[in-house]
Design a protein around this ligand. Structure first.
Ligand code: SAM
Ligand code: SF4
Length: 354
């Protein structure tokens, strides 16, 4: 049966077709830029949306024009039954593809089942290839597990497989070692500017990252830790040439992994995959924003950098189908034109889903 779907267009003419669903606020790691060392208080299970509720919201969102779904967290693979959720969401008429953002450490034992259930695309977060640095960045993670997760995703036939590297100055990352991963395997690497999300209670201030600033930090985020994508590309170009990789060139559109987000893609000649940069702060991309976010406790968020939320859980538990449709349309209508370089949000990244 073919479903008649609307096309969701927001107040600023942007087509909204992408929903990021956080399935848990829990995680098996404690990345320094995402969570405090003692973690965050977990939500009670009764506060989390059930799979039936997530499915019902997804069906309603698809009817309003959403076609791309990404599962995230916390760590999505620690949510019990996640394979079943992938299967259920993938079976919804109108869902074009299911993707996941994960730290990859549980993929070695789960990638096969996830791929069979319909998980096609995966982004794996990995901030260092050095065992000691990875362990420090994740507060105890083992880089071997994440690397085995990448191997497992490729072996299971997921495409594209992308490695997400958040670049933060004090982590002192060797960007070239990541770029080399693109040479021999279909493994795209994306460098992401460290974002001032979380810590809003501490700072509660707004500032312009590029210019004069009202605030220098948001919780654990500091301006000094921010590395712009221009600096990353300049470093890669110089170090790549010195290492004999040739020129770093803009990738042809046909070679890019066809992301749903705002990465700009480059490549070294002869490489099997691309190098992307994501620069929410230094090159604001709000004009292309195509997404809504659903938190694990059932709040619809209109912008990563805003604490404005609509209570989908209340409607899912106590409202009608018409109420749910109205809520989704209200979320689309409430999307702000841009994030205005706001520094700090009440929720941390692990509580939103990135
Ligand atoms: N646990 C999964 C993972 O790490 O991929 C999914 C959730 S995590 C919150 C989603 C993405 O947000 C990851 O790629 C992570 O590196 C990124 N992230 C977390 N905190 C960030 C920050 N302050 N700035 C930029 N990216 C961040
Ligand atoms: Fe966990 Fe992902 Fe946050 Fe790291 S970035 S602490 S893996 S949720």
């Amino acid at each position: 049966m073919t479903v008649n779907r609307a096309m969701a267009v927001d107040t600023f003419g942007r087509r909204i077709d992408y929903l990021r669903i956080s399935v848990t606020d829990r995680c098996n790691l404690r990345c320094v830029y995402c969570m405090p060392s003692d973690g965050v208080p977990w939500k009670d299970r009764s506060e989390l949306l059930t799979f039936e509720e997530i499915e019902r919201l997804t069906v309603a969102a698809v009817a309003e024009g959403i076609s791309k779904i990404r599962l995230t967290g916390g760590e999505p693979l620690v949510r019990k039954g996640i394979v079943d959720l992938v299967r259920r969401l993938g079976a919804i008429d109108g869902v074009e593809a299911i993707a996941m953002t994960t730290n990859g450490t549980l993929l070695p034992r789960m990638a096969g089942d996830l791929a069979s259930a319909g998980l096609a695309r995966v982004n794996i977060s990995l901030d260092s290839l050095d065992p000691g640095d990875y362990s420090r960045a994740t507060r105890g993670g083992r880089v071997e597990d994440a690397l085995a997760g990448i191997d497992a995703a490729l072996a299971a036939g997921m495409r594209p497989v992308k490695v997400n590297v958040v670049v933060e100055r004090s982590l002192n990352q060797d960007l070239l070692s990541f770029a080399k991963l693109t040479m021999d395997r279909p493994l795209h690497v994306r460098f992401i500017e460290y974002m001032p999300v979380g810590g809003g209670d501490d700072c509660g201030m707004a500032g312009d990252v590029a210019g004069d600033v009202a605030g220098e930090s948001a919780g654990d985020w500091t301006r000094a830790g921010h590395v712009s994508s221009d600096e990353m590309l300049a470093r890669l170009a110089v170090e790549g040439a010195a290492a004999g990789l040739g020129r770093l060139e803009l990738a042809d559109r046909s070679e890019t992994p066809g992301g749903w987000g705002p990465a700009r893609y480059y490549r070294f000649r002869g490489a099997q995959a691309t190098i992307g940069v994501i620069s929410p702060l230094s090159h604001r991309f709000c004009g292309e924003c195509n997404r809504l976010r659903l938190t694990a406790d059932g709040k619809l968020r209109t912008c990563l950098f805003s604490d404005d939320e609509l209570d989908a859980r209340r409607i899912l538990r106590h409202g009608t189908a018409a109420d749910l449709r109205a809520l989704i349309l209200a979320a689309v209508a409430a999307k702000p034109e841009s994030h205005n370089m706001r520094i700090g949000t009440v929720r941390r990244m692990s509580q939103v889903g990135g």
